[in-house]
Design a protein around this ligand. Sequence first.
Ligand code: PCA
Length: 334
Amino acid sequence: MRYVFKKYGGFMKLFKILLSVLFSVLLTANAFATEKWDMALAYGASNFHSANAAEFAKNVSEKSGGKLTIVTHPGGSLFKGGEIFRAVRTGQAQIGERFMSALGKEDPLLEIDSQPFLATSYDDAMKLYQASKPAIIKGLDQKGLVFLYAVPWPAQGLYSKKEINSVADLKGLKFRAYNSATIRMAELTGMAPTKIEAAEISQAFSTGAVESMITSPTTGKNSKIWENGVKYFYDIAAWFPKNMIVAHRGSWNKLDKATQKMIMEEAAVAEKKGWALSKKGNVADKKALADAGMKVGKVNAALESHFKKVGATMAEEWKKKAGDRGASVLATYN
Ligand code: PCA
């Protein structure tokens, strides 16, 4: 009996040693645990939003001391623009960028920045952003998303293959839309809208599927729109829609507090850089369109008042959709 106990005690010793080896291996592995995040980006690598996101990803990866690596996937290579929000929400991508105002069905507040003539300068766009940010963050949080930063596109203008001098010239135009607001604008104008992601613009114009659109000088430049017979750019500058970067909450919760804090700090840096890049592009990219031979100008007074009227109708419709939350954001903004 004594012998058996002795033998058993020996086993216990060995077992304990093995256990402690196992624990220390696990602990070491945990100290070096490196999370990998895939960052889904819809726009081409050379677009300023994507370049800014790549810099953000690089800075976070470097500063995390090996705890987190963010790998960017521009040009819709991981998920296309229309899929990114859901992909991040479900954790298929841990982080991603999405055009906010295409998400009006998720939350009408996300499309506040595409309401025509509500904010027509960068200063006002920033004020509108600050006024809407707390409610937007809260809404995203309820969907399991962590909001990191948002950056506007340059001012939106009207592109057309043919010259536009009157509202009649817009009637029946095949129009590329990118969100509910541009679809509504087209409907109220008598144009024929089709929703098309930015990555498919060149193809849509070259096949004749569309002949006009409203977007930034940047997106026109990025898609070399002049190569597809688009000769006119009318600078309406009626809104500055934003892209936002969001992370999957489950992935976020796996990071330690110090890493989370560092990411928020880098997000603030990226946001500031992004706004500056956007302002630069607002001037430089319009010049690029003109340098490529396009006619760059303003719409005439009749067209401007038409768009203002359409904008007023849309504002009323949006207020109904956005309810008390929208009203309180508008009150803060005004
Ligand atoms: N470019 C994107 C969104 C707004 C913009 O300027 C696009 O056209 O899809």
